[in-house]
Design a protein. Sequence first.
Length: 250
Amino acid sequence: MTKRALKRMVREGEFSTAEFADAKIRRLPVERGWSPMPEEREQGYLKTIKPKSGGQAALMEAIDQKNLVLALGPAGTGKTYLAIAKAVEALEAGRVGRIVLSRPAIEAGESIGYLPGDMEEKLAPYLRPLYDALSDRLSMKRVKSLMAEGLIEIAPVGFMRGRTLNNAFVVIDEAQNCTYVQLKMLLTRLGWNSTMVVTGDPQQSDLLPGVSGLGDVADHLEVLPNIAVVRLEDTDIVRHPLVAEMLGVL
């Protein structure tokens, strides 16, 4: 920038005389500054979650009011995402001391054989959907840190027997792949100051016909006033619109 241009900018009030005394040291005008960060952008990583349908609103309300909630519905209705979002919200607010996530290690219709590695590496493909939901609510670095501290635990259904889950937010995902006996075992893990959300789609079980116990358990528990059974419909699907259309004819 030439000295003549600097004098012109001073006359227009954009710089003070002291600022261009040394022509080698300059700063940009405040009014002309540009930032890649929009003013309306949220600074926190944790996003505010809002229901996108009546069924989702009912599910979120049930989680806030009941200690045991069963969320049944087709794929794409946000059952797992809302449950994990509520779990993260409760942990961050200090209402619970830890999050426990569990799902059965069942292949979706085909066997992938023996997996290499230790136990954690063998279970990783089955538990990947839970990691995805967690990383969407928290940064992956924070997720790893909380898991290292024991504040977030991800375990298969087979490792839940004999435990009592106190002061925890428990999410049982893909419960349609659990038998009646397994679900009875899981539901009775609920301890003091804990919330449990069981999610699944009885119409998409990977077990043999008649083996899944989710539908029967939901029917039996629906009559209890202190337990909420939320049944989501095709109208609650928030994935691609084609998902709802396909489920309507398949």
